[in-house]
Every structure is written in C-alpha cells, then in structure tokens.
Write a new protein. Structure first.
Length: 642
C-alpha cells in the first residue's frame, strides 16, 4: 500500500499578538502582527488514491523547515489564499521556530484593503489564520491513534492568509480534486523518504528497525543565497511574462517588489488582459494561434498561386492550409480589408529582406529572366542589397492586432510638496492626466511577379516572394518610426516629434555634424539621466558614418583608445548601426518607450488582370501602423543644428 501525499496543503494557525500588549491592541499603531502558523500536531488527512486516512505531521527539527522564503521577504500575506495582486495585504517579515512551533511576524501594507483587515484583526472580528505550504520530502513514521503517520521532513511555507473560516484540515491541493494535484508517493511498508536516502529499514520478520541519522544542520547563509537566487529567477520570469503580454511596467515592478509569485502574477496578467486599458492594445487580434512550425511552413507562394489562378484545383489543393489560415485572420476584420489578411503570426516573422521578381526573357537579369534556367541552382539567387531595420533590434515595444484608434493613459503632473509655517497651509496642487494616442496610417507596396516565376519550381522563390512584399513595407515603417518622414500621410515617429519642436526629447548640439566627441556621447546619456529616464531598454542608434568616426577617433586628445572600442558597444551601452539612421544623427534612449501599433496583418490584394497580356501578377500589400512616444524625456538626439 502506498500513500499519495499532497505536496501542497493548508493548515490553520493562530494570532499570537496583534500589538505590544493584549489590552492595548486596539490602540496599537503598529502594522505588524505576530502569529503561530505551524506545529507538530498530527492532522488527519485522507488519500483519495488509496482510500485510506493518515496523520500528517510537519517536522520542526533542525533542517526540516525551510524558512528562507519567509525571511527573504518574498512570502506574501493574503486574504483567503487568493493569489491575486488585489488580495495581497502585506508580507511575511520574518519567521522562526520556537518550542516545536513555527512563528512569524507579518506586516500589513499601507492600502485601504490591508488597513481594513488589520483593524478587524485588532478588533477581534478576524481571528483565523491559515498557512499554505509545500512538502518536498516525507517519510512514514509509525502510527498515532490507529492511523499511519506521514512526517514531512522537508517543507516550506509559501504564503500566509487571514481567512474568515480556517482551512479545512482534511482538504488540500491534490485531495479535493480527486488527486489530480501535485503529490508525493510514500510507501506504507517502508520508511523510505522521498528524494532522500533511507532512514528506516524493514526487518526480515516485517518489524521496523529505525536508523535515524543526525538531523542536518540549517545553514542560514546558504538558505539566504538560495532564496536570493530563487527571487532572481522569479523576477526574470515575471519580466518575461509581463513583456510578452504588454503588462504596464509599473504593474511588473510592483509584482517584483511585493514578492509576488509567478503563479500569482499570471492572475494579474489575466486580470489586465480583461481590463478596458488592455482591450484596445492587446496583441493578437489577427494572431490565429499558429505554431512556430506552421508559421515557417506557411507558403505565400502557394497562396498567391491560388489567388492568381482561383479556378485551378491543383493550386487550391496545394494551398489548403494557407487558405484556412488567411480565412481565419480575415474573419476578424470583415469589411476592413479588400483582399485577404496574412495572419500576424506569419507577418511578424516575415518582414525581412525582399525584392521585386519578374520573369521575362531568359538571361535578361533586370527582368528576372535569369532565374528561369534548367541549370539554375535552387536557393542560390543573388538578392538585392538593402538597409536593415533598426527599431526591432533596439527594442521598440510592438502592439499588434489593434482595432480602431487606441489611447494610453498618461500622468502629466504630480502633487507638489510645500514647507509651511505654523499657521500656514500648502498651496493646492493635483495630479493631471492625458493620453498618448495612436491612429492607423496606411503604408502600401505594389509588386509585380510574373505568373511564370510564381508557378515554376526550379527555384525556391518562397523567401524572395515574401521579401518582395514585406521588406519594402517593413523598411518604410522602420524609417517613419525613427526619422521625420516628409510624407504628410506618414505616422509621427520619434524624429518627427523632435522636428516639430517643443518636445521633451533631449538634444546635444554636435560641434561637428556626424562626428560626435566622447564628451558629447556622455552628455546624451546625462540628458536622459537628469530626466530620471535612464532605465529600461537603453541603447544608441548610429549610422555607418557615425560608427566609423567613433571607431577611429581617440576618446581623449593625444590618446590611443577610440571613443568606441568595439562595434556594437558605446560607453557600456548597446549601439545598433543601420543605414536607416540619418547619416549625421546619433540617438540614445529607452526604446521600450517608443510604441509601434500594428492594425491587422498585411492586407494582400492579388490582381491577375491588369497585366494579363504579359502574364504578370500584380500584388498590392497594405499595412496600417502608427507610432507613439510614451515618454519623450527617455530619448536624446545628437545632431548639429547649425
């Protein structure tokens, strides 16, 4: 017989002291409360797998209780074990063992919800405490009152809650749901400890012979280092999750500072994604859930063959997957597109290099004829040289799949603090708010691909056809986001905001155009630092001309070391180089504060009729996009304005 012991469970605790003196509890201004959260008292449990009752004992010997999380300040104080940000009312300050019991000091937060619970605790209305804990090691340890005893020899509290009703001591994770939760398997006929060497053996006659080793000694320093490492991992996972789902930076920062678990933060993410703020900006309106493999397998060539020759059963059958995918993406934008929408899953991975490809007379390279040849080596087409995009490398924040105009709330001013005399009063001040808006601007590209190239199989044209449609759009979008595009229909990117004047974007006037000195590069960082914006995804954006100057110009007069020691790094910060940057410009900033909004995927319209005489297929692609600068002070430009 074996027992399935739940690895996670709850136990009731008790309030030891809510203030310095019991008779002064209601007048105590402290936000700290002392509790007892555990003991070695056996608790009756039920194993749904075996149908047997057993007694659970939490060990309190040296080395059996892991209090590192509690003493690192990362264990939350909750209401009713509700692992959501709104239900966190404080944290565990410290924990210790005393007389076979686990004790802790918990501190309530300075929030209305936390203050309400604290007041009710002091008044005696709330008197029940419950602790959630993990069991990672356990052992069979004799019997008590006719029940087999399972002793937890390695366990750790992970949260403490104030509850209206104490936790049901017979129910924990893995029990109430029929045993589908996380469990540990303990043999009834052995004293084998899970994940540890045996400390109890079974004799030949079936009698148990105990061989209990000396209890391991706790190493506080090691416990602290382990807790700190776990906390770094927790923070990294929260960062990654928050960035992926565009959760506001302040929510991510608060979750990390409050010691919120990754599981609890998932609840925050779900709550945010269902909020009005996220509704307008949530990514994925045209994401249809393609896997990475399906995204790679999506063939634009097969789709275009079908669209150009819709009566062909052969082409329709070959493009079955692509037809279903674009139908799903187009469905979300009925009435808003003229052709078909390429799923955003595909377009986000495909805005890369490309060129127009038109097949004409064999051997006429300019017309694309060079690719129609029986001896052509597949996959070895010589592509045109073009700029590389820079904004994606810098870390611009992308909001994909938007619908309608969107607005981001923004705090414009803060409360002012004043020093006042004995009878004076502060001048009234208040917080003001505004919005950062994005409205779709349409960029389009027209390409003509001969039908002969589209249907011939001697060359793997997939990458080139994708590029012919995507690259021109991608580079036009990239340029508009970074520079001031002269077209009045273009979105207002970072350069356009600076060129309009009156913005908070920093500026360092270069002494010589395109040739910044070391001092001037430092001044750019200082501008951002003085604005309290030296944080986030910080990097320089440089042109090849500026990069060459930085690599070949001494940092100090008479010195040998150049301003930029290595390509890609300037003054300890990343430096991305691209011809998309104006030749004499140098940018620095937190690029996560430059927002790019994308509406739908790329809208493709195939026209096989306009050039029907020559057999060329005209392809028109549209993409709706806009940019917004979340905080202008996060950026600085180095430019000679003379």
């Amino acid at each position: 017989m074996t027992f399935q012991v739940a690895a996670r469970a709850f136990r009731a605790g008790e309030i030891v002291r809510a203030g310095p003196e019991d008779d002064l509890i209601r007048d105590d201004p402290s936000s700290e409360v002392e509790i007892s959260f555990s003991s070695e008292a056996p608790v009756s449990r039920f194993d749904w797998h075996s149908g047997k009752d057993y007694a659970e004992v939490l060990g309190h010997r040296d080395g059996e209780v892991d209090l590192a999380r509690c003493n690192a300040g990362t264990a939350p104080l909750l209401k009713d074990h509700d692992a959501r940000l709104d239900s966190q009312i404080g944290k565990v300050v410290r924990a210790w063992l005393d007389g076979g019991k686990g004790r802790a000091i918990v501190r309530f937060s300075d929030t209305p919800s936390a203050k309400d619970v604290l007041a009710r605790v002091r008044a005696g209305d709330v008197s029940c405490v419950s602790v959630g804990y993990h069991i990672t090691q356990a052992v069979r340890d004799g019997e008590a009152d006719g029940l087999p005893v399972i002793r937890a020899t390695r366990w750790a509290p992970f949260e403490i809650s104030f509850v209206a009703v104490p936790a049901d001591l017979s129910v924990g994770y893995g029990r109430s749901d029929g045993g589908t939760g996380e469990t540990l398997t303990i043999s009834e006929n052995s004293r084998e400890e899970t994940d540890m060497p045996k400390d109890v053996e079974t004799g030949a006659e079936g009698t148990e012979t105990r061989t209990v080793p000396a209890a391991p000694k706790s190493d506080p320093a090691a416990d602290l280092q382990r807790a700190l490492a776990d906390d770094r991992t927790r923070a990294a996972e929260i960062d990654a999750m928050g960035t992926r789902f565009n959760v506001p930076a302040e929510k991510i920062a608060k979750a990390k500072s409050d010691g919120m678990s990754v599981d609890a933060f998932r609840g925050v993410v779900l709550d945010y994604m269902g909020s009005p703020d996220a509704e307008a900006t949530r990514a994925g309106a045209t994401m249809i859930g393609l896997t990475d493999k399906q995204t790679r397998d999506f063939s634009l060539v097969r789709l275009l063959r079908h669209l150009a020759t819709p009566d062909s059963r052969e082409f329709r059958k070959a493009a079955g997957f692509e037809i279903e995918a674009v139908a799903a993406a187009t469905e979300t934008h009925k009435g808003q597109v003229r052709g078909v929408v390429i799923p955003a899953d595909v377009t986000h991975a495909s805005l890369k290099r490309a060129s127009d490809q038109i097949v004409g007379t064999p051997g006429v390279t300019a017309a694309g004829g060079a690719v129609v040849d029986t001896t052509l080596l597949s996959g070895n087409m010589i592509d045109i040289l073009r700029n590389t995009g820079v904004l994606s490398k810098l870390g611009t924040r992308v909001f994909a799949g938007l619908t309608g105009d969107v607005a981001f709330p923004k705090q414009l001013s803060d409360v002012t603090a004043y020093w006042i005399g004995e009878d004076g009063g502060p001048t009234q001040s208040g917080i003001t708010f505004g919005q950062v808006k994005m409205t779709p601007h349409t960029v389009a590209a027209l390409n003509e691909i001969s039908r002969k190239l589209l249907i011939q199989d001697s060359v793997d044209v997939e990458a080139y056809v994708r590029a012919s449609i995507m690259a021109k759009i991608a580079l036009a979008v990239d340029n508009a986001g970074l520079n001031a595009d002269a077209d009045p229909d273009a979105p207002t990117g970072l350069g356009a905001v600076f060129a309009a004047g009156g913005s908070a974007i920093g500026h360092v006037d270069l002494n010589t155009a395109g040739q910044p000195t070391y001092k001037e590069t430092v001044q750019m960082r200082t501008k951002v630092k003085k604005a309290n914006a030296l944080q986030g995804t910080l990097a320089y954006a440089v042109s090849p001309d500026v990069e060459e100057h930085l690599l070949t110009t001494p940092k100090f007069a008479g010195g040998e070391l150049p301003i930029m020691l290595n390509e890609g790094n300037l003054g300890g910060y990343r430096a991305e180089c691209s011809n998309q940057v104006n030749p004499a410009d140098l940018w620095f900033g937190n690029w996560a504060d430059l927002y790019m909004g994308l509406w739908s995927g790329v809208d493709i319209l195939v026209d096989p009729y306009t050039n029907s005489a020559s057999g060329a297929v005209r392809i028109v692609a549209h993409q709706d996009v806009d940019f917004a600068v979340a905080r202008e002070a996060s950026f600085c430009i180095g430019r000679d304005v003379a």
